[in-house]
Write a protein that binds this ligand. Structure first.
Ligand code: PEP
Ligand code: MN
Length: 336
């Protein structure tokens, strides 16, 4: 819309988009309002929108993903969920164990990561494990323990949902729904998360291309949830010394292509606790909007992913290093 367009002009244009059988999605930018007309691009009559009062120009979005594209919204999106803010010059830090294991474990971890400046608490209650014989998580009991930890620390809770049927239950306890790497292309789950009031952290599948990942984000946006954060957690390559390969270039690349913030996961991205501090700092230097880091009171005893989890002291040191890089990058980091 022209920057002089009135509210009436905007409402009329929205009605015209609807009458063409397209779905209007209104994005209010700092300069002007953009109406995304989403749907089948072969629909006839799109040119007729040009004659609507207040319309500046009608242009196709070239990227396969539309609502996620920076063509639609050039300003980066800032996502806030409780104590967590990601983007807009602020690096949010999500920290906590791979899995919730007990009240003592999750509450002690919440206090420790908060003391070191984390913005939010992570912890899996529903765990998607490679083997059916591995620990599958504490399920609803784990969600309750996360809520207890939030009550005591005021940290926002980030936790995974593995099935569309569980979205409603997990949304009752979580501030951010994590969609795991193994579920990135579970389209029914993406649609269900798109209807949740919670923000969503969408992990990249280890063998997904960036376009596939952004199209997965598009499912959530298209279902009505604008609060999507992308999470680069490493991809599978021929290299076997690290668990996955963490592509740092994903951060600046997706920031060029989309307005969605990107959170880097150096824990799953390397699979080695000793590599996490350096890759956390490198992620911030590459411009990431957030970090998600596994932290456990006693990594040797963890029920999942202990080998890549930091203990409390290691996390405190990692945060101190990250603060220096964030300052050099003119960013703020962690708890606000
Ligand atoms: C996790 O965050 O513990 C997890 C299972 O991650 P991913 O889906 O990236 O493997
Ligand atoms: Mn894990």
């Amino acid at each position: 819309m022209k920057h002089t367009a009135t509210k009436e002009n905007i409402d009329d244009a929205i009605a015209r988009v609807e009458s063409l059988g397209l779905k209007p999605n209104v994005i209010e930018g700092s300069e002007r309002t953009v109406i995304a007309a989403v749907g089948d691009e072969r629909i006839a009559g799109i040119e007729s929108l040009e004659s609507c009062p207040g319309v500046d120009e009608v242009m196709p979005i070239v990227a396969p993903y539309k609502l996620a594209s920076s063509e639609l919204k050039p300003e980066p999106s800032v996502i806030t969920a409780g104590s967590l803010t990601v983007g807009g010059g602020h690096v949010g830090v999500i920290a906590g164990p791979c899995s919730v294991e007990s009240e003592d474990q999750i509450v002690a971890t919440a206090f420790a990561v908060k003391k070191s400046g984390a913005s939010a608490l992570r912890g899996g209650a529903f765990k998607p494990r490679t083997s059916p014989y591995s620990f599958q998580g504490m399920k609803e009991e784990g969600l309750k323990l996360l809520a207890t930890a939030r009550d005591q620390t005021d940290l926002a809770v980030v936790t995974e949902v593995v099935s569309p049927d569980d979205v409603e239950l997990v949304s009752k306890y979580a501030d951010v729904l994590q969609i795991g790497a193994r579920n990135m292309q579970n389209y029914r789950l993406l649609e269900a998360a798109g209807k949740s009031p919670c923000a969503v952290l969408l992990k990249r599948g280890p063998s997904a291309t960036i376009d596939e990942w952004l199209l997965a984000a598009e499912y959530i946006l298209d279902a009505g949830n604008p609060n999507v954060m992308l999470c680069e957690r490493g991809i599978r390559t021929f290299e076997s010394h690290t668990r996955f390969t963490l592509p740092l270039a994903s951060a600046p690349y997706v920031q060029e292509r989309t307005h969605l913030p990107i959170v880097m996961d150096p824990s799953h991205g390397t699979g080695h606790a000793s590599l996490v501090p350096a890759m956390s700092r490198a992620s911030i230097a590459a411009g990431a909007d957030g970090l998600i880091i596994e932290v456990h009171p006693n990594p040797d005893k963890a029920l999942s992913d202990g080998y890549q989890s930091l203990n409390f002291d290691q996390f405190a040191e990692t945060m101190a290093g990250c603060q220096k890089i964030a300052a050099a990058m003119d960013r703020t980091l962690g708890a606000l």
